[in-house]
Design a protein around this ligand. Structure first.
Ligand SMILES: C[S@@+](CC[C@H](N)C(=O)[O-])C[C@H]1O[C@@H](n2cnc3c(N)ncnc32)[C@H](O)[C@@H]1O
Length: 295
């Protein structure tokens, strides 16, 4: 595919590729890859081809996209263009959202979170580690999203497999895990980043090579209020891009069938437990980890 400007490419709304439409049937996702002369254009072309979305040299007034994917500062980033201002002359400048301009978009953050130890393995403490259980060694994160829980689990030294069904999020994760592999401490300790499978975990869990001790689920629950001031930007974008996970009950059933010892479900504190009364619950900040032990 040759890089094309939007005026060459479109008159009207971008088609939603089947792969994207399949799991977000009610959403008209408009996404493109943006190449603005950042070196070799081939990775941008290949990314656009893999996702079945257009490639722009520069977006203009006609471009119907809400989001762009682009490499900036060595990271693959998701730019939220709903916040872009459309200027005279047709050129979008991605500056409407001051927060995003400062950060230059959203990427998978591979840095430890505040209060999380940098060394590996970090101590297995806190509500998440309690929920995963002292005897757990192998974990499947079946709802990887931005990978923040996965990376926390990985840094605590669990053997981890990640699953994510959104091809867009899988691309962002692949980029984040590749950056993780290049970190000094990962190389020094000869560690490999977690393996990532792209697809629906409801299907993939049935075909795992070996049974994990624990399956971790953090599906998207409907928000309590329409707009929560507490919701993080990254999660708001994820909700906008993917919608609520309507099939979380089926995912829970698949996880319970597959897990060797337990299923852990992260829920907002206002939500009903996904699988009925849990065996144990651990309280985090505004959230709960519900644990379902296998008999
Ligand atoms: C709330 S986010 C998870 C956030 C994640 N725990 C983090 O720390 O960034 C839910 C994610 O799970 C994914 N997901 C939901 N159901 C899934 C399924 N059945 N198979 C694979 N991925 C799924 C969604 O695409 C979305 O990216």
């Amino acid at each position: 595919m040759v890089a094309q400007t939007s005026s060459q490419k479109y008159a009207g709304t971008a088609p939603v590729p089947d792969r994207l439409a399949a799991y977000t049937p009610s959403l008209a996702i408009k996404l493109a890859v943006l190449y603005q002369g950042q070196g070799d254009s081939l990775p941008f072309q290949q990314l656009a081809e893999r996702l079945g979305v257009p490639l722009y040299l520069s977006p203009n007034n006609d471009s119907p996209e809400d989001y762009f994917l682009s490499w900036r500062d060595g990271c693959l980033k998701l730019l939220d263009c709903r916040a872009c201002s459309r200027q005279a002359g047709g050129i979008h400048t991605i500056h409407g959202d001051k927060e995003l301009l400062k950060k230059g978009g959203l990427a998978v953050d591979i840095e430890p979170r505040n209060g999380e130890q940098r060394s590996w393995p970090a101590p297995k403490d806190g509500a998440l580690a309690q929920a995963l259980g002292r005897k757990t060694r192998t974990v499947v994160d079946a709802t990887t999203g931005w990978g923040q829980d996965s990376l926390h689990i990985f840094r605590m030294g669990y053997e981890l497999l990640c699953i994510e069904r959104s091809p867009v999020m899988a691309e962002l994760l692949t980029d984040g895990f590749a950056r993780l592999a290049q970190q000094d401490w990962m190389r020094r300790l000869n560690l490999q980043p977690p393996r990532l499978l792209q697809g629906n975990a409801i299907d993939l869990l049935a075909d795992l090579e070996s049974q994990p001790d624990c399956i971790y689920l953090d599906p998207m629950f409907p928000p309590k209020r329409k707009k929560s001031a507490l919701a993080k930007k990254s999660m708001m974008v994820l909700r906008d891009l993917l919608g609520d996970d309507q099939d979380k009950e089926q995912l829970f059933e698949a996880a319970l069938k597959t897990a060797g010892k337990r299923v852990v479900v992260k829920s907002p504190d206002y939500a009903e437990p996904l699988g009925g009364k849990p065996s144990q619950s651990f309280q985090g900040k505004l959230l709960r980890y519900d644990v379902y032990l296998k008999g």
